[in-house]
Design a binder for this molecule. Structure first.
Ligand code: GLA
Length: 393
């Protein structure tokens, strides 16, 4: 964080909560998912990377039983609530994400204290880059640390996911919280969601850049459609279990195994959802092999195939994501492009030759704006570190 920003935030912190000890500063990144979409909740492999942009929190104990918090960049977000009343804020309002995490920390046996917090974000909100998970993870890490604990990052990922599932009411998988907690610079995270175990994989992107394109289409239906897709997968699993009772998750199947069980699924929509889950998991495993061999061009093709499957079988893309990704795939220097995150708006991720990035952005921006009437934004992204405390010298 730049020194001038830090000074400004310190002044704001003091004007909100009064002078006193200097607050501590923590950061958690957002994430981009390179491949492995909508399969974290089907026991699959996913391959996200943490970003260098994310959420910061300035935090200090206040010696009372109140939790007070505000966001620097969002007006009217001030929350002040007694620890004993936290549950009154269940839901999707700003503040519920952080309180859900405090609630889960208390469930785990941590004795909470009153804290003052000021949040500052460099991540676009609601764009599919995990702004929620980033807020949850930074809150959990900071509060557990200030309560005298030493956060275990795997446990923190699971705890913050529970907060989002149970307190906020979004039935997300483990990918986002895990990536925000466990990212490593210049690396992707090959996460086995069935075991919640990962391998850190260096992103040897020699000569290529990861370009994130924000469609600026708000993900309005995302929550309800997300839950609908999850139920369709559950229906698919239940149907397959009639022929294969030992199956516990869709991604345990190879495509051939799935085809041999096809008689179990009579609903065409459910079949398409299941086929996406199984083929996407296979694409992630193949991507890992391709990256290990340094075959980035073939990895790019996996991204294109992933987008097609998310469009045709999983049906979570929509006009804007299709317009941006499909056009990007045709641009000189771009070797692969797909939607990233939950879908229904939000962002795309493309792999582009480094010296063609500027031309790529100009070209895709113009074509996308013409097709949709929306102005996109682009971020050339580095893979960054996971959650941590920062010291400003
Ligand atoms: C959202 C969820 C994740 C994951 C993705 C889709 O980001 O929070 O758990 O399911 O959608 O891959």
């Amino acid at each position: 964080m730049e020194h001038t920003t830090y000074q400004r935030l310190l002044e704001k912190f003091e004007s909100l909560y009064g002078a006193g000890e200097t607050p501590r500063l923590f950061f958690a990144p957002g994430r981009v998912n390179l491949i492995g979409e909508h399969i974290d909740y089907n026991g699959g492999f996913v391959f996200p990377a943490a970003l260098t942009i994310g959420n910061y929190v300035l935090i200090r104990e206040n010696g009372t039983d109140l939790v007070r918090m505000a966001a620097d960049d969002l007006p009217d977000t001030f929350v002040s609530i007694a620890i004993a009343d936290m549950e009154k804020m269940r839901g999707k309002e700003w503040g519920a994400y952080q309180l859900g995490v405090l609630f889960e920390l208390a469930q785990k046996g941590i004795t909470l204290k009153g804290f003052d917090m000021l949040f500052y974000s460099t991540l676009p909100f609601g764009a599919g880059l995990s702004s929620s998970a980033s807020i949850e993870v930074v809150t959990g890490f900071a509060v557990e640390t200030l309560c005298g604990g030493t956060p275990d990052l795997r446990e923190l990922s699971l705890l913050t996911q529970r907060a989002e599932n149970r307190f906020v009411g979004v039935n997300c998988g483990i990918m986002d919280q895990y990536a925000c907690a466990n990212g490593k610079p210049d690396c992707g995270i090959m996460l086995d969601c069935a075991k919640v175990e990962s391998e850190i994989v260096p992103l040897n992107m020699d000569g290529y850049a990861i370009v994130i394109g924000n469609t600026n289409k708000k993900r309005s239906l995302a929550d309800s459609k997300y839950n609908e897709r999850r139920s369709e997968c559950d229906a698919g699993l239940a149907a397959l279990q009639t022929l294969k009772p030992e199956l516990t998750a869709l991604c345990e199947l190879t495509e051939d195994e799935l085809n041999s069980l096809s008689a179990a699924i009579t609903d065409e929509t459910v079949w398409k959802r299941v086929r996406h889950a199984v083929t996407e998991n296979d694409r992630v495993k193949r991507s890992a092999e391709l990256l290990a061999k340094g075959d980035i061009v073939a990895f790019g093709k996996m991204l294109n195939a992933s987008h097609a499957s998310l469009k045709d079988d999983y049906e979570v893309t929509g006009k804007e994501l299709d317009a941006m990704s499909e056009y990007a795939q045709t641009v000189d220097g771009c070797i692969g492009s797909r939607m990233t995150g939950a879908g229904f708006g939000g962002c795309t991720v493309s792999i582009v030759e480094k010296d063609k990035v500027d031309a790529f952005i100009a070209d895709v921006s113009a074509a996308y704006e013409k097709a949709t009437g929306l102005k996109p934004e682009f971020y050339v992204s580095e893979a960054g570190d996971g959650v941590r405390e920062l010291t400003i010298g």
